[in-house]
Write a protein that binds this ligand. Structure first.
Ligand code: NAD
Length: 255
């Protein structure tokens, strides 16, 4: 039995790749593609619809959402209301949105993560493991200059997990920030996050730890959108069997 999958945001950069990957996976079947910005266009053999109703009409069991936060705030509760499982990759959603989604899913399940790249999931886990052994750490994330939000959801999640893994971070001793912002944004536990925006790069992150006489750098690189596909396909296959809302691909990787 294949899992019937719908894709919302099917006309976007990620959506197009997801439709192709779902169509090529023998365990999954692409049954609906929705995107009001690309109505009528081809998505791996299906015509893109502008209406969420197309998902219900096609009997989608799992729906993947890669759009914009404002659209997800409408789509995801709609999926819960219609008993479909949701796999949400859209970024820019707040903690309050996550709470709303958690409350909405009782009859079906929802999975969300700010980063579907398996190497990024491992990077965050390694950063968590390293945290208790260092007093100072900073995060440098690098993305293409078309990215709307800064810092990235991955950088914020990494800092949250590092803050939870150690309560022993040294305060910043900078006395005068000559250029405002030079020390980056202040994340959880005072961990500094620097967001670099460059044409030509995709999605990269370094977590740099320091203590007396030694440092550790953990670096992760996503070179193109194909880096997210294995994680998205894994989530499509697991979401139906893990009740309620799950946040973070590490939960499905049993890390
Ligand atoms: N979690 C991850 O690992 C990960 C990885 C890559 C991208 N993203 C996120 O995925 C999202 C999409 O990225 P992208 O590069 O494909 O962007 P994109 O701009 O190429 O595509 C977004 C698509 O969403 C569509 N859309 C807008 N409103 C819609 C609505 N109401 N209903 C249905 N479709 C709607 C647009 O028409 C567009 O085709 C962004 O939020 C991005 O940050 C997440």
């Amino acid at each position: 039995m294949t899992i019937r999958v719908g894709v919302v945001g099917a006309g976007g950069r990620m959506g197009r790749s997801i439709c192709a990957a779902v169509g090529a996976d023998p365990a999954l079947e692409l049954v609906a593609a929705v995107d009001p910005g690309a109505v009528g266009a081809d998505a791996s053999g299906l015509k893109i619809s502008g209406e969420l109703k197309a998902l219900a009409d096609a009997g989608a069991e799992v729906v993947v959402d890669f759009t914009v936060a404002a659209a997800s705030r409408v789509t995801v509760p709609w999926l819960a209301m219609h008993g479909m499982h949701a796999v949400v990759g859209t970024t820019g959603l707040s903690d309050a949105d996550v709470d709303t989604f958690r409350a909405a899913f009782s009859g079906s399940n929802c999975f969300m993560t700010s980063n579907f790249a398996i190497s990024a999931v491992l990077m965050m886990r390694f950063a968590e493991l390293a945290s208790p052994y260092f007093e100072t750490a900073e995060i440098v994330e690098l993305h293409h200059d078309g990215k709307a939000d800064a810092p990235s959801g991955t950088a914020i999640t990494t800092a949250k997990r590092m803050a939870a893994a150690s309560g022993d971070w040294a305060p910043d001793r900078t006395q005068h920030e000559v250029l405002p912002g030079a020390r980056g944004g202040v994340g959880p536990a005072g961990i500094r996050i620097h967001a670099v925006r460059l044409r030509g790069v995709q999605a990269h992150q370094e977590v740099i730890f320091g203590t007396a006489g030694q440092s550790l750098t953990i670096r992760q690189d996503s070179y193109d959108n194909s880096s997210y596909i294995p994680g998205i396909l894994l989530a499509c296959k697991r979401v139906g069997s893990v009740p309620g809302l799950t946040v973070g691909l590490d939960k499905y990787m049993d890390l």
